[in-house]
Design a protein around this ligand. Structure first.
Ligand SMILES: [Zn+2]
Length: 365
């Protein structure tokens, strides 16, 4: 009589239905509430365990992501410093070159060392050097001198252009990378909410089953009480025992459910701390200010607010970050399908977690 879908439930209330009872049709599978439940179960794929697994995989993806992000920020910082230094040194070098060239063109130089008068005097030496004579440069000599002086300048120009290009490539990559941590946090919230919702749903279903069972048992008790035949006495006794057993089981299930919810909450708090340490890595704080918190996700939220664009630890190629990532999108869809598949006519209380929360987005700057 236990349908396969029952195996999805984690709670002990299942056992109640496997117990041999005087009435095999204690629970009628044709009841409308059960039909709705079966419809829900057919769609449901987000169990508490898979929610927990997904949340953990997002946390370890955030570990990889923040490590590459901190590294990328370092590269950008270094390149940016190098570029600034080159940009400052180049005009100085040009100015210096022009001074030397002007001096060379208009002035005199030493026949022995080709240095100009200004240069030699600046070094505190005698011009021209002893045994040498003053020479005026010819047009060909000026041209050769200019070429010689321009060589290091051209090298610096090339270095500056390269540094600018490298910096741009990394800045573009960094821009994509910075979109990822908030997505990771959203996806983590989605998976953690899925776990919490599944636990609450299981708990609610468990309670409902226990209530149905007790109702049936009590109606059997009433019936047995009315029965004036002597054999009804034993029947009544048996139903009373079943009633007590059912209540005890229910209490145990409730305690288990509370324990599971507390354990899930403890794990979330731990993961929040871990995520915060990841986000505090290196110089990430210079580019991104994120406060890790747990806000329950809602199926009504946009893909992006549920973390569908999180690339599971990878930094997207430039221009590719604007598409949902398949693995993340699968989690988001699973979460939505689960929440939406809850039948409207279901008598199960709606889990708190699937109600629309006021979502506070992590700030980015
Ligand atoms: Zn000389």
């Amino acid at each position: 009589m236990v349908a396969p879908l029952h195996s999805l439930y984690l709670c002990g209330c299942l056992l109640a239905f496997g117990t041999a009872s005087p009435s095999q049709d204690l629970l009628d599978p044709a009841k409308p509430a059960k039909k709705a439940e079966a419809a829900w179960a057919a769609f449901s794929t987000y169990s508490a365990a898979s929610g927990r697994r997904d949340a953990a995989s997002v946390v370890s993806a955030m570990d990889r992501l923040t490590a590459s992000l901190a590294d990328l920020i370092d590269q950008v910082e270094k390149l940016s410093e190098r570029r600034s230094r080159l940009a400052k040194e180049l005009p100085e070098a040009i100015e210096h070159m022009e001074e030397i060239l002007d001096d060379y063109k208009s002035g005199l130089f030493c026949s022995g060392c080709d240095r100009t008068r200004t240069e030699i005097l600046a070094r505190g030496e005698k011009f021209p050097h002893p045994g040498q004579h003053e020479v005026r440069p010819t047009a060909a000599q000026i041209e050769a001198k200019e070429k010689e002086l321009l060589r290091p300048i051209q090298g610096m120009r090339r270095d500056l252009a390269q540094a600018t290009k490298d910096l741009q490539v990394r800045e573009d990559r960094l821009k994509e990378a910075l979109e990822q941590p908030p997505q990771g946090l959203y996806l983590w919230q989605t998976a953690a909410t899925a776990e919490q919702s599944a636990l609450l749903r299981e708990d609610a279903r468990c309670k409902q089953r226990a209530e149905t069972e007790l109702r049936r048992i009590r109606s059997e008790i009433s019936r047995a009480q009315m029965d004036k035949r002597p054999e009804a006495e034993a029947d009544l006794k048996l139903w009373r025992t079943l009633e007590a057993q059912s209540q005890a089981r229910n209490n145990l299930d409730q305690a288990k459910a509370q324990q599971s919810l507390a354990e899930a909450a403890r794990l979330r708090t731990e993961q929040m701390k871990t995520l915060q340490t990841y986000l505090d890595r290196g110089k990430i704080h210079l580019r991104l200010s994120l406060e890790v918190k747990f806000v329950t996700a809602s199926p009504a939220m946009h893909d992006k607010d549920l973390g569908a664009y999180f690339q599971m630890g990878a930094i997207p190629e430039v221009g590719k970050g604007s598409e949902p990532y398949p693995a993340a999108m699968a989690m988001v869809q699973k979460f939505r399908r689960d929440a939406l598949a809850l039948p409207a006519e279901s008598t199960n209380p709606k889990p708190q977690a699937s109600q629309t929360p006021s979502q506070k987005k992590p700030r980015t700057h």
